[in-house]
Design a protein around this ligand. Structure first.
Ligand SMILES: Nc1ncnc2c1ncn2[C@@H]1O[C@H](COP(=O)(O)OP(=O)(O)OP(=O)(O)O)[C@@H](O)[C@H]1O
Ligand SMILES: [Mg+2]
Length: 228
């Protein structure tokens, strides 16, 4: 097993058979000891966080498998805190796709002149480049094509997949009276045919979820959602 990448919240290993192993850690992103899913640095460490994130991730990836939605998921080992996945190649150095149902966070920081905090948004999708040094800048479909990161057709597919996947997650959460405000997804190309697939993780660290208007922290989210 070869260590490929040390991430902020996960380490990535290459297995003998060429698949990747994601090891979920207890580190979470934030600033000054306060959790912030949009932050680009590890702000604190919370015991049990890795395993908790893996449990939620596994729940959703299993769901997507049933629904034949393309992902990198192969299997999880909750006890070990690991998930075996297909190796993906990125769009450029990686993009993130955000789907918004309520105006909070960076949306309000950017468009606060025109939007009110908590205002309804109709599954608004935006794409950002993974570039910590430049604070993950937003990019348009034209920019993505011009910079040869992806074609307009791939962009459309990505947006459709994002709405579909986010909609399923929103629906699942609503069964537990949990409301999805926004979510960040990652996509890559996997398999021999390099098809577009959902990669990375689906955990509390990548979404904002509220219950009766109150923000639910990632660990709490997993407990409420998975009924532990
Ligand atoms: N199937 C996959 N194949 C290759 N890389 C993957 C796959 N799934 C996830 N990754 C990458 O593995 C890394 C996971 O580590 P982690 O989430 O901790 O990264 P990170 O610190 O958030 O850094 P990054 O800014 O790269 O996301 C991410 O870079 C993610 O894009
Ligand atoms: Mg990450």
């Amino acid at each position: 097993m070869k260590l490929k990448y040390i991430g902020k919240t996960k380490d990535v290993y290459e297995l003998e058979d060429g698949n990747y192993l994601l090891k979920f850690k207890d580190d979470v992103t934030g600033e000054d000891g306060v959790f912030d899913p949009g932050a680009n640095a590890v702000g604190l460490s919370i015991e049990g966080m890795g395993q908790s994130g893996l449990k939620l991730t596994t729940f959703f990836f299993e769901r997507f498998k049933e629904m034949k939605i393309p992902t990198h998921y192969i299997k999880s080992n909750i006890k070990e805190g690991t998930m075996t996945v297909l190796p993906a190649t990125f769009f450029g150095n990686g993009v993130e796709v955000i789907c918004r149902y309520k105006a909070v966070g960076s949306f309000i920081r950017r468009y606060g002149m025109y939007a009110e905090e908590g205002q309804e948004l109709d599954a608004y999708v935006e794409v950002t480049l993974k570039d910590d040094d430049r604070n993950d800048p937003l990019i348009t479909d034209e920019g993505l094509e011009m910079l040869k990161i992806m074609t307009k057709e791939e962009y459309k597919l990505l947006v459709d997949l994002t709405r579909k996947i986010s909609g399923i997650i929103k629906e699942e959460l609503s069964k537990k009276d949990l409301e999805l405000y926004d979510i960040k997804l990652e996509f890559g190309r996997v398999g021999k045919d390099s098809h577009i697939a959902l990669i990375d993780e689906i955990s509390g660290g990548n979404m904002r979820v509220y219950k009766s208007g109150k923000y639910i922290e990632p660990l709490q989210l997993e407990k409420i959602f998975l009924n532990e």
